[in-house]
Design a protein around this ligand. Sequence first.
Ligand code: C2E
Ligand code: MG
Ligand code: MG
Ligand code: MG
Length: 294
Amino acid sequence: AAKEKGRNQFHIFDPGLDAHRRQRRDQLMQISQALENEEFELYFQPQVRMVDYQVIAFEALIRWNHPDKGMLGPGEFLPAVANSHLEIPLGQWVLKEAIHQMNLWHEADESLAVSINISAPHLMDRSFADYLESYLHSHPDVRPGQITLEVLESTALEDTKRASNVLARCQSLGLQVALDDFGTGFSSLTYLRTLPVDVIKIDQSFVRNMLTDASDRAIVESVIFLAQRFDHPVLAEGVETMEHARALRDMGCNLIQGYGIARPMQAKALLPWLAQWRDQVSRHHSLGKHEQTS
Ligand code: C2E
Ligand code: MG
Ligand code: MG
Ligand code: MG
């Protein structure tokens, strides 16, 4: 009875919260519908190796092609999805679609890998690795070494031990693991120590002002140093200018990603963009050689 009364009071005294919940429920229904209607789309952003400026992978970034509101970024719908029943199905859609797109690029270039953002519940779910395993089993053409799972460093992993077991199983299937947005969470160093990680991604908030802000520069340098000590390749996000790229290369950063290389693009734009990028890189390269020999 006390419980009943409590529930009534909740309705009477907090209509705001109730409206909020109703709104979220409606939004989740729309998202579920959108998944059915195939309104979600993956954009791809290149990840470039610093030694020779070759593209080694593309990161998949989800968009919602909303019939009324136009193209929505993940910030506009992933928060509603978080901790809902849709989080796992949406994550599985991303995984399948990203691998499907990678297979299409492979008709042009077999070396290109894909990087996929994974949300925390997948890491709490032992069946995620089962799902991956059976997926890879039924798709023998997919090389697991060409799939990287990006794990947000800032998600509070409620059970680090379990997450690291799931990730270790993914690694034993051949996948790579990247620690995304490194430095923004509360337990960066703990995660670095406990999670099995291959690549560290320095968060763009440190990269953005590193040329003018001495503490941001110190953080970027320190993360690169740390990554080297752990033998992890390090990728800098949010690289918007050539000056950033040059400074990062001088600091020993291995990989870069950002608007300075390319904005996230539609899948169909990827191969034309790549051809143009390679052309540009090889022209620079031969120009450099020419300068050296003359
Ligand atoms: P993230 O994984 O750290 O991805 C990088 C974000 O920074 C992307 O935003 C990208 O468009 C943006 N970005 C890239 N280069 C630059 C740059 O040079 N300057 C600036 N200002 N921004 C840049 P986006 O696409 O809005 O994604 C935001 C976040 O949403 C992602 O951050 C990721 O955490 C999450 N997300 C995106 N797609 C998925 C997905 O399929 N699944 C899950 N679970 N999360 C996703
Ligand atoms: Mg990411
Ligand atoms: Mg990131
Ligand atoms: Mg981010």
